[in-house]
Design a protein around this ligand. Structure first.
Ligand SMILES: Nc1nc2c(ncn2[C@@H]2O[C@H](COP(=O)(O)OP(=O)(O)OP(=O)(O)O)[C@@H](O)[C@H]2O)c(=O)[nH]1
Ligand SMILES: [Mg+2]
Length: 453
C-alpha cells in the first residue's frame, strides 16, 4: 500500500482557480472527510468516477471554499492509483489551507515529480515518456513542443525498444554458444552478426547525431553573426530583432563582448549571437572579444558571415581560420542599397544573400532561410530526434561499447567477453526507457519536475 500524496498542481500565486491533486489508495477516503457534495445525500465515495461534482470544502465546521471535484479510479488515472482533483479558487490562502486540511486528514505533501514518478512505477509511461512530460511543460516554441509530444507518444521509446530487441537476439545467440563452449560450436554466423552489428551501430550513430539538432531545438538553435569589424553585424541583429538591442557605430570594434538574444521564427527557437568584428588587434579587451567570437562560431549550428559589398576575400580569410564542415554557413553581403542587381547566389557552395541591414532591406529571405534550416530536418515524420542529454549520453556509451564489440569480433575475442559488452549496450538502452533504473536516476529525473506534477 502506498501513502496518499497531495500537492497544488497549478503555479504558485494567485489565480482564477487552482487545482489540488491527491493520489494514493486513500485519496477518495481522505477527501470524503472534508467535502460536502452540493444537493446530494451521497458521500464522495459513491460519486461516479470521471464526473465533476460541486462540493463545499470544509475546514472543520466552516466552509473554506466551493470547489469542483473529480475522481479517477485506479488503474485508469494519470498515476495509475486513485486520484482526486479538487479545483478551488486561486487565493493563496485557500490553496494553502486546503493542503493543510488534507495533510491533517492523512495525506502527505508530494515531492517534486512524485505524481509522474508513480505513473512511471505503475507502468503508465516509460522513463523517456515521463521526461517528455517535463519537456512539454517547459517547451518555449512550437518545435520544442512538437518534439516533446513525439517523445511522449513513444517515438523515442519505440526506436530504442527496436534496437534493444535486435541486440537481445544477438546476445542470446552468443550466450547459447557459451553453454556449449566445451564443444566449440558457433551458433551465430559471424558475418551475419557483424552485419547486424553494423546496422545497429549506424542507427545509434544517427540518434546521437540527431541530438545536435534535437537538443538545440529545446534550447534554441545557436546562430553566430560574424565578420570583419564595421560590416554591419550589430545593425543586422537589430534589424532581425526589430529592436535597438546592440550598439551600432561607424567606429570599427564597437562590439566587444558577444551579445545573445533569443527569438522565435515560425515556431522555431533561435539564439542569435552578435560577436566582435574579427581582426588583428593589440587591444587586450578587443582580443578577448574576438576569442569569444571564435567560441561562438564553434558552438553555432548556423554561421552568418557578413561582408561588405564585394569583399568575398573576407569569407576566404574566415574560412582559413574556422571549420564549418558540420555547420551551415550563409554569406550575407551588406550595404548593397545602391546595388542595382544582386551578384552570385553561391560562393564555394555557401548561399549568398544581399541586404542593406541599415535600411531593413533583404532581411526577410534570410530569416526565412533560418527557419527552413530546422523545418527541412524535422518535417520527416518518422525520424526520431534525441533531445534529452541523458538519452544522448546513454546512446554515446552504447555506441562506444558497440565499437568494442566489433573490434572484439575482428580480433577473435572469445564469446564470453563479447557477451559482456553486448549486455552493457542492452543495459544502456534499457536505462533510456527505464527498464533498468535505480533510485539515483529516478531522483535525478523526477526531482527536476514541478511539485504537483
Ligand atoms: N550604408 C550602409 N551602412 C550600413 C548598413 N548597415 C550598417 N551600416 C553602417 O555600418 C556601420 C557599422 O555598423 P555596425 O552594425 O556597428 O557594424 P558591426 O559589424 O557590428 O561592427 P563591430 O561591432 O565594430 O564589429 C554603422 O555606421 C552602420 O550604420 C547598410 O546596410 N548600409
Ligand atoms: Mg557590432
Amino acid at each position: 500500500m502506498t501513502d496518499t500524496i497531495c500537492a497544488i498542481s497549478t503555479p504558485s500565486g494567485v489565480g482564477g482557480i487552482a487545482v489540488v491533486r491527491l493520489s494514493g489508495d486513500k485519496a477518495v477516503e481522505i477527501v470524503a472527510t472534508v467535502l460536502h457534495l452540493h444537493g446530494r445525500t451521497q458521500s464522495v465515495q459513491e460519486c461516479t468516477p470521471y464526473h465533476v461534482y460541486l462540493a463545499d470544502f470544509m475546514d472543520e465546521k466552516e466552509v473554506l471554499d466551493q470547489t469542483l471535484v473529480s475522481i479517477f479510479k485506479a488503474p485508469h488515472s494519470y498515476t495509475g492509483e486513485n486520484v482526486v482533483e479538487v479545483s478551488c479558487h486561486g487565493s493563496s490562502y485557500v490553496q494553502q489551507r486546503i493542503l493543510e486540511v488534507l495533510i491533517h486528514a492523512g495525506a502527505r505533501l508530494a515531492r517534486a515529480g512524485e505524481f509522474t514518478e508513480r505513473a512511471f512505477l505503475n507502468g503508465k509511461l516509460d522513463l523517456s515518456q515521463a521526461e517528455a512530460i517535463a519537456d512539454i511543460i517547459h517547451a518555449e516554441s512550437k518545435q520544442a513542443h512538437q518534439l516533446a509530444v513525439k517523445q511522449l507518444r513513444g517515438g523515442v521509446s519505440r526506436k530504442i525498444a527496436e534496437l534493444r530487441s535486435q541486440l537481445l537476439q544477438f546476445a542470446s545467440l552468443i550466450e547459447l554458444e557459451l553453454d556449449f563452449s566445451e564443444e566449440d560450436i558457433q551458433f551465430a554466423d559471424r558475418t551475419q552478426l557483424l552485419a547486424l552489428l553494423g546496422t545497429i551501430k549506424a542507427d545509434i550513430t544517427q540518434l546521437t547525431d540527431s541530438f545536435k539538432l534535437g537538443g538545440s531545438i529545446k534550447q534554441g538553435i545557436p546562430v553566430a553573426i560574424v565578420g570583419k569589424p564595421n560590416v554591419g553585424k550589430s545593425t543586422f541583429l537589430n534589424a532581425v530583432l526589430n529592436d535597438d538591442r546592440a550598439l551600432v557605430s561607424d567606429i570599427p570594434g564597437t562590439t566587444r563582448d558577444t551579445i545573445e538574444e533569443k527569438m522565435t521564427i515560425h515556431g522555431v527557437h533561435f539564439r542569435l549571437i552578435d560577436t566582435a568584428g574579427i581582426r588583428q588587434s593589440k587591444d587586450t579587451i578587443e582580443t578577448m572579444g574576438i576569442e569569444r567570437a571564435y567560441k561562438a562560431i564553434e558552438q553555432a549550428q548556423i554561421v552568418l558571415c557578413i561582408i561588405e559589398n564585394s569583399r568575398f576575400q573576407d569569407v576566404e580569410e574566415l574560412l582559413d581560420n574556422i571549420d564549418v564542415s558540420d555547420k551551415q554557413l550563409l554569406i550575407l553581403v551588406n550595404k548593397t542599397e545602391h546595388l542595382q542587381q544582386s551578384g552570385i547566389s553561391e560562393y564555394h557552395g555557401h548561399a549568398v544573400f544581399y541586404m542593406a541591414a541599415k535600411y531593413n532591406k533583404g532581411i526577410a529571405p534570410i530569416v526565412q532561410r533560418l527557419s527552413d534550416y530546422v523545418q527541412d530536418r524535422t518535417v520527416v515524420a518518422d525520424t526520431v530526434l534525441i533531445s534529452n542529454v541523458r538519452h544522448y549520453e546513454a546512446l554515446t556509451r552504447a555506441g562506444e561499447s558497440l565499437k568494442a564489440i566489433e573490434q572484439g569480433f575482428q580480433a577473435g575475442l572469445s564469446s564470453d567477453l563479447i557477451a559482456i559488452d553486448i549486455r552493457m549496450v542492452i543495459n544502456e538502452l534499457g536505462a533510456i526507457t527505464g527498464e533498468i533504473s535505480n533510485d539515483e536516476i529516478l531522483q535525478n529525473i523526477f526531482g527536476r519536475f514541478c511539485i504537483g506534477k
